[in-house]
Design a binder for this molecule. Structure first.
Ligand code: AMP
Length: 398
């Protein structure tokens, strides 16, 4: 069992919390979805209330290591965090990560105060899991808390090496991390049936292992998105210029055979929204999947597929959803994903939405509050479904 922050002594101590503040921003630099910041609040408040000197660390996007570019600064996050925490004192932002400013500000912290370090990835040591960098981070804190579920699948310095510098009495999972892991584990181990997996997104290759694992657990699988075309082609259909991974046709066939053997119902789209080019400007039309013209490509599931999938979901008691049904970034091909989000939200099932793109779809569709659980981590949640061990969680247990 993973220890949580409640299992260790933190009163009055210097506590480092690894958060995942990698929130989406628009072209003007405004935060468009602050869920990751809001979900980090319980752990931060818990530490403030126990008079801790709180130091927060997070990465933000992918700056070139060693370069402090302003567009990757955590300043907007700190402003939002200050608002959300509603505490009298300002939250401080260090101008570096482990440099003189961070060290000085950390040393001056009083109980109940919060300091945010600059983007961890400004330092090359972060993604290299560098021990010297981890030690520099650890020199500022007595206790290490990991609350960054979305980053746990990466063996980076603030996730892996740093955690290993603390013994069991001085490291633990924050509330958000503990909640996310428990939710996935419980659902995958003991789901209320029928258990349906809805899988979409661009490629089979990224989700092949997850599909294999899901076959052993679920009662039905619905496939949408670009990955459907590899399965359709494997069944012998002409799919035109749709996204296909030719080297995975055999794998796709094996998955479908295994589904049949294990009695798992396997559903593919019966119609698609087709276009002659990958853009919103040309003509698009609905066509049965067996009639995709040469040179055309399927960019979303069609209305008949939406209706079919809705019926498949009708009796579901547990639904796990990972991956959009089409190129939802373009309005013209977003309908299948939006409808899927509504249908899933409408059921009485326990509904779990994998992070990343899928959470983005649910958010755009206005369905987040209707879902039982929307994960903050796309890659990390996929790894849990695949049955893989996450470096961040292993380092906490070590
Ligand atoms: P993934 O990262 O594998 O979950 O895939 C998400 C991406 O898949 C999104 O950016 C979608 O635009 C893309 N996608 C979904 N359906 C299709 C499709 N039919 N053709 C091409 N790309 C797609």
């Amino acid at each position: 069992m993973m220890r949580t922050i409640k299992d260790i002594q933190i009163e009055g101590k210097r506590v480092f919390i690894r958060c995942d503040f990698n929130v989406p921003k628009d072209e003007d630099g405004n935060i468009t979805d602050d869920r990751r910041i809001r979900e980090a609040l319980p752990t931060i408040r818990y530490c403030i209330d126990r008079d801790c000197k709180v130091i927060l660390g997070s990465h933000y996007e992918r700056p070139e290591p060693g370069k402090y570019e302003e567009k990757y600064s955590l300043a907007p996050v700190v402003r939002r965090l200050t608002r959300l925490l509603k505490i009298a004192d300002d939250i401080q932002l260090a101008s570096d990560v482990v440099g003189p400013d961070a060290q000085a500000k950390a040393a001056a912290l009083q109980g109940g105060e919060v300091l945010v370090l600059e983007n961890l990835r400004y330092e090359a040591g972060e993604t290299k899991n560098d021990m010297a960098f981890a030690k520099a981070l650890a020199s500022m804190a007595d206790v290490y808390i990991n609350d960054a579920f979305g980053a746990c699948h990466r063996a980076h310095a603030s996730i892996d090496a740093m955690a290993r510098l603390y013994d069991k009495e001085h490291k633990a999972a924050g509330f958000l991390l503990a909640k996310e892991v428990k939710f996935f584990e419980k659902t995958l181990e003991d789901p209320v049936r029928p258990f349906v997996a809805v899988v979409g997104g661009s490629k089979v290759s990224g989700k092949l292992e997850a599909l294999r694992q899901l076959l052993d657990k679920v009662d039905k699988i619905i496939i949408g998105g670009g990955m459907a075309f590899t399965f359709l082609k494997a069944q012998g259909f002409e799919v035109g210029n749709s996204l296909v991974e030719d080297d995975l046709l055999d794998e796709a066939r094996t998955v479908m055979i295994k589904a049949r053997k294990e009695g798992v119902k396997f559903y593919l789209p019966v119609d698609v929204v087709c276009a002659s080019e990958f853009s919103e400007s040309g003509i698009a039309k609905y066509l049965p999947t067996q009639e995709i013209p040469k040179g055309w490509m399927g960019l979303d599931i069609g209305p008949a597929s939406s209706r079919l999938f809705r019926e498949v979901l009708n009796d579901a008691q547990t639904i796990i959803w990972n991956g959009p049904m089409g190129v939802y970034e373009m309005d013209k091909y977003a309908k299948g994903s939006m409808m899927m989000s509504h249908y899933i939200a409408e059921t009485h099932a326990t509904t779990i939405v994998g992070g990343g793109d899928t959470a983005d779809v649910a958010q755009r569709a206005g369905d987040v509050d209707e879902m039982t659980f929307v994960s903050t981590g796309g890659g990390a949640s996929l790894n849990l479904i695949e049955g893989k061990k996450l470096p961040g969680i292993e380092a906490l247990k070590a």
